[in-house]
Design a protein around this ligand. Sequence first.
Ligand code: PRX
Length: 654
Amino acid sequence: MSDSDDTQLEARLAEQESFEPPASFVEQANVSDPEIYEEFEENWPDCWERAADLLQWESDYDEVLVDDDEPFYEWFTGGELNASANCLDRHLDDRGDETAIHWEGELGESREYTYEDLHREVNETAAALRDLGVEEDDVVTMYMPMIPELPIAMLACARIGAPHSVVFAGFSADALATRMESADSEYLVTCDGYYRRGDPLNHLEKTNEGLADVAHDTTTVVVDRLGDALDHELAEDQLDYDDLVADHEGASVEAVTRDAEDMLFLMYTSGTTGKPKGVKHTTGGYLSYAAWTSHAVLDVKPEDTYWCSADIGWITGHSYIVYGPLALGTTTVMYEGTPDYPDKDRMWDIVDSYDVNQLYTAPTAIRAFMKWGSDYPDRHDLSSLRLLGTVGEPINPKAWKWYYKHIGGESCPIVDTWWQTETGGMMITTLPGVGTMKPGAAGPPLPGIDAQVVDEAGEEVAPGEAGYVTVNKPWPGMLRTLYKNDERFVSEYWEAYSDPDSDEWVYFPEDGAKIDEDDYITILGRVDDVINVSGHRLGTMEIESAVVGVEGVAEAAAVGGDHEMKGEAVYTYVILEDGYEEGEEMKQSIVEGVEDAIGPIARPEEVLFTPELPKTRSGKIMRRLLEDIANGEDLGNTSTLRNPEVVDDIQEKL
Ligand code: PRX
């Protein structure tokens, strides 16, 4: 294409506000009938049988939805199934020799697991865990990076009915300890280390630091990822994963029968308070929902090679690297490393060499690709791609169009999927075989999902006006409660908009949004004290308590400021105790304090020292004002503050 053609194309794309899915995609799509929205609405909640039908049930459920004790809903009550049998055993006859997981290590090595292979190793691991004493309903923690043993351990747990709790490997030792304590988890599967940008990273040391803070006894299994690349010694009571699996070679473990409502896993996520919330997902509802959305939105078919580049340590990886794709019997790609190692075309190299059909990634990554330039994707043949997806944060139209043109070659629909750890799966997005795409707007709620945008009083807002997302009917993938904290479950998610007296229960995801005439929802971001850094969810209170934990810090506030690449970045405002000096050294300790308490993802972009924080007359920190300061916005009238003079002072420093 000549330069002028290219410029013309850019100009046309820049102006285009809506895009139709290509006819070639629609023709082959799993879901292409526009009537599906009406069909789901008319048959609700029985419409969700369509999701349950994607699974194999050991015994049929009696009822699709039980809502006797709202908001503690039950889905597919009476049904029995096992998640690991659904992801493995039932595919063996037809797809035993087909690839289940294509794993690519950062250094270029690869491993391929057929469904047979995966089934075998999951059985061996399940037998090993059981021998260690893991019983049904014991929570097993996993603290592992993107290595195949992570999904293997998850499926092994599912096989024996032990819920897993995966802690993102980038989280700190403290974060591991808090989660293990909160879940009373006595078992841990971890690894010696992994590679980051070519260097071996010691993970076991961090694990051991965390374990030292866990009060109860624990049994730890360690996967050897690095071999000789890193010297490490297991403590006397730590077990080597390979030895355990070898000891159980050829073992066969019957998949235990689980009730639909039995817990499949726990996933900790950040909220308004400093303590992470243990989101509980169940076997029947979650798995049906992950499978259904993978089928309807990601258009996954068994013969596809599908790649979600998220980390399994977050919900996206649970639902859309492990459970959804494997439930559908497809080939799922797992990549260990970073997108720019050894060069900035690593992603495109993977798409090219594995002939990836669907790519599901995050806007923050797309913004980075855009900055690196189209030469990198242009070096590769990306024509195997059929569908693109994004998740985790809003995608700006410019990045959307870049993705559409340079990665999708203008022939792949893009699904901008809005959802949360709590929702289990996608909630608001276009159906790629049905809907018009509008860059910037996630789309309409999925069929069967009753989402709205409302004002403070719960009334639907007019098109174009800002409000809050609410979900007015339950759905199968929803969280069932916060682990051992029903009260917080009700107060966090249901109290804001529900009216229990008239039996109206409304889920509040704590996101701001607007809606247009066609019911397309544009997500504006969190309205609680959660910051979204590169699609990773961090609580301001968690960061503040880490900063205050640093010696010499008297008080701190953390807010999210706009960031070109990360979406949002962490800004901290810090008051020191008398006798401590503001300066680089102190900044360094604060940054380290946050990294130690949470992990490098929470690293503050700015640490600003201030003698006071702006407060209301009742003494509350004005976080919104601090956000506006970080974003260099006009602050309007600040005279209602107790201490308006500090604002100028902080602004000057920035
Ligand atoms: O603010 C929304 C944002 O991510 C939050 C959920 O974070 P988490 O539970 O970590 O799950 C992330 C992956 C599902 C939401 O409350 N978010 C997620 N997807 C989008 C989004 N914001 C805008 N557009 C999206 N597509």
